[in-house]
Design a protein around this ligand. Sequence first.
Ligand SMILES: Cc1cc2nc3c(=O)[nH]c(=O)nc-3n(C[C@H](O)[C@H](O)[C@H](O)COP(=O)(O)OP(=O)(O)OC[C@H]3O[C@@H](n4cnc5c(N)ncnc54)[C@H](O)[C@@H]3O)c2cc1C
Length: 89
Amino acid sequence: MLGDWTAEPFIGGVVSGTGADHVRLTAMLAQSIGPIHFAGEHTDPVYVTGMEGALRAGRCAADEILERRRVTEADRRSRAARRLIPRTG
Ligand SMILES: Cc1cc2nc3c(=O)[nH]c(=O)nc-3n(C[C@H](O)[C@H](O)[C@H](O)COP(=O)(O)OP(=O)(O)OC[C@H]3O[C@@H](n4cnc5c(N)ncnc54)[C@H](O)[C@@H]3O)c2cc1C
């Protein structure tokens, strides 16, 4: 389906856009803060403003969360294993 968003009386156009500095800015917006991860078209450096960017950013955030869980789980196992090794000296 093809439409002209600027001709839609209740929409009037598309909202986001890119600037010269968008690669740096999207990277900043994509930075996680502790366990909080960000997704959305505004965090994708390549397809910012579009559906493709939203999908890629969602996948990227999900990967980050899974990676964090893997690291946390590996760390927990490592700590548990260290507790099992008797200390000498
Ligand atoms: C008029 C228009 C036409 C467009 N046409 C195209 C097009 O032809 N092709 C294309 O690729 N892209 C198009 N886009 C852009 C595309 O729609 C967006 O890039 C895409 O939807 C962004 O997805 P997103 O998941 O990042 O954000 P969104 O789709 O905006 O999703 C964010 C969601 O978060 C919810 N939310 C916000 N605040 C909170 C909160 N505090 N708590 C809980 N939920 C919250 C919102 O309700 C929303 O559902 C168009 C956009 C507009 C506005």
